[in-house]
Write a protein that binds this ligand. Structure first.
Ligand code: NAP
Length: 234
C-alpha cells in the first residue's frame, strides 16, 4: 500500500459533492490539500489552501497550485474533478451550456494538470481524473457532456503514456449516477427525488483513494462504477 500521510493533493471542484468527499477522505489520511472552487470553501479542513478559483482561468489555478506547493513543499496528487452537466436534445442546449461544459470539464482538466505537473515532476505523482460513464460511451441527450468527458479520458490516457516513466500514474474514474447537486435543473430533474438509488459521493471518493493507495509498482488506468439500479449499457 502507498501511505498517503504527508502527501499533498490538489482537488478541483472541492466545495461540495465528489470533490468535497475526496478532500475529506484524503485529509483524514494525513494529506495536505489545495482546494479549488469558485466559492473557495476550505471545508473547515486544517491543512488546506483554499481560495476562489475558476478552473477556466489558467492564471487562477496556477496561483492556487503555486501557493499550495509553497506551503507544503510540492504537490503529489491532482484530482481534476470540477464539472458541470446540462442534458437535452443537442440543438436545445444553450450556447452558455455548450461553452461551460467544454470549458469547465475539459479545459479545466487540462489547466489543473498543467498547473500541478511542474510541482510533481521528480516525485512520485498521481493524476486521478473524475471523468464519467459518459466518457466511455455515447449517451443520447448528453452529446456535449460526453464530448467533454471523452476528452478528459483521452487526455488522461495519453498522459499515462507520457508520464509513466517519470513515476507519475494517471487514472480515469468513470462513475454512473452519483447523488449530488450535479445537473439538477439542467436536465437531470428539478428535485433531489431524481437522485434516488444513485451512488453517494463517498462511494466514488473511496475508489479515488483506493487507486491512490495501490503500491507504486502498479497503476489503475480506468475504473467504471455504477449503482446497482443502473444498467451497464453493454
Ligand atoms: P457537484 O456536486 O455539482 O460539484 C461540482 C463541483 O465543481 C463544485 O465544487 C463546484 O464548486 C465546482 N465547480 C463548478 N464549476 C466550476 C468552475 N468553473 N471552477 C471551479 N470549480 C467549479 O458535482 P459532482 O457530482 O460532485 O461532480 C464532480 C465530477 O464528477 C464532475 O466532473 C462530474 O462530471 C463527474 N461525475 C458526476 C456524476 C454524477 O452523477 N454526479 C457522474 C459521473 C461523473 P463551485 O460551485 O463552488 O465552483
Amino acid at each position: 500500500m502507498t501511505d498517503l500521510n504527508g502527501k499533498t493533493a490538489v482537488i478541483t471542484g472541492a466545495s461540495r459533492g465528489i470533490g468535497a468527499a475526496v478532500a475529506r477522505m484524503l485529509h483524514e489520511r494525513g494529506c495536505n490539500l489545495g482546494l479549488a472552487s469558485r466559492s473557495g470553501d476550505d471545508l473547515g479542513l486544517e491543512r488546506a489552501v483554499a481560495r476562489p478559483c475558476d478552473v477556466r482561468d489558467l492564471d487562477a489555478i496556477v496561483d492556487l497550485c503555486d501557493a499550495t506547493a509553497e506551503r507544503f513543499g510540492g504537490i503529489d496528487i491532482v484530482v481534476p474533478n470540477a464539472g458541470v452537466g446540462a442534458y437535452g436534445p443537442f440543438l436545445d442546449l444553450s450556447r452558455e451550456h455548450l461553452d461551460e461544459m467544454l470549458d469547465v470539464n475539459l479545459k479545466g482538466t487540462v489547466y489543473a494538470i498543467r498547473a500541478t505537473l511542474p510541482h510533481m515532476l521528480g516525485r512520485e505523482g498521481d493524476v486521478v481524473t473524475l471523468a464519467s460513464e459518459a466518457g466511455r460511451r455515447g449517451l443520447p441527450y448528453e452529446a456535449v457532456y460526453c464530448a467533454s468527458k471523452f476528452g478528459q479520458v483521452g487526455l488522461t490516457r495519453a498522459l499515462d503514456h507520457e508520464l509513466r516513466e517519470q513515476g507519475i500514474r494517471c487514472t480515469n474514474v468513470c462513475p454512473g449516477g452519483v447523488a449530488t447537486d450535479f445537473a439538477l435543473e439542467e436536465g437531470r430533474g428539478r428535485t433531489r427525488d431524481a437522485l434516488a438509488g444513485m451512488m453517494s459521493a463517498e462511494d466514488v471518493a473511496e475508489v479515488v483513494v483506493f487507486a491512490l493507495e495501490r503500491p507504486r509498482h502498479l497503476r489503475i488506468l480506468e475504473t467504471a462504477l455504477r449503482p446497482a439500479s443502473e444498467a451497464s449499457w453493454g
